[in-house]
Design a protein around this ligand. Structure first.
Ligand code: GAR
Length: 194
């Protein structure tokens, strides 16, 4: 039975989609860098253990603490679902299983923390969401799955982000369900289930 840890910094609507799916039984803990993240409230309400690793001035200490918290949970899969911190390569190296991230744009377009606004500001007509393997870069890891979302003439950041998240929740649940059923193989930039 694969063990899944979810990391989230904010509202946690992606987490809620995982909780509301059959994936729930695999989630062993939810972690955050933000002590009062709504995601932690959602996890507790679902009876899932939570942990917080707050970011302080010492980035290396944060890496060590996050690595310790994750390795004690021994996840087969770690899911960044609205986790707004870059995961350093030494944290990734300490994990036993893959770590994946959901991003609100069609990578490699619009990486980083302001993807929705960046797509609007660019004047793009289509954006979307990407689930990808996390590597040492910022949103640069191999793509697992993507879905497009059209940008409407009257969209602002909030309306566009909400439409992206409607698609993103379905995509993330689908990817994690496939991982649970078949596992994940990563070969360079090529990713497949099974
Ligand atoms: C999601 O759109 C996710 O892709 C994004 O934060 C949102 C979380 O929503 N993550 C990033 O931008 C990471 N760079 P939620 O808090 O409602 O789940």
């Amino acid at each position: 039975m694969p063990r899944i840890v979810v990391l989230a910094s904010g509202r946690g609507s992606l987490l809620q989609a995982l909780i509301d799916s059959p994936i729930r039984s695999h989630i062993v803990a939810v972690g955050s860098d933000v002590a009062d993240a709504k995601a932690l409230v959602r996890a507790s309400a679902a009876g899932i253990d939570t942990f917080v690793v707050p970011v302080g001035p010492d980035r290396r200490a944060w890496n060590v603490e996050l690595t310790g918290a994750l390795s004690s949970l021994a996840p087969d899969l770690t899911v960044c679902a609205g986790f707004m911190r870059v995961i350093d390569s030494d944290v990734i190296a300490g994990l036993t299983g893959p770590i994946i991230n959901s991003h609100p744009a069609l990578l490699p377009a619009f990486p980083g923390a302001h993807a929705v606004n960046d797509a609007l500001a660019y004047g793009a007509k289509v954006t979307g969401c990407t689930v990808h393997v996390v590597d040492a870069g910022v949103d640069t890891g191999p793509v697992i799955a993507q879905q497009p979302v059209g940008i409407l003439g009257d969209d602002d950041e909030a309306s566009l982000h909400e439409r992206i998240k409607q698609v993103e929740r379905v995509l993330l649940v689908d990817v994690v369900e496939k991982f649970v059923e078949r596992g994940l193989s990563v070969n360079g930039r090529s990713v497949s289930f099974g």
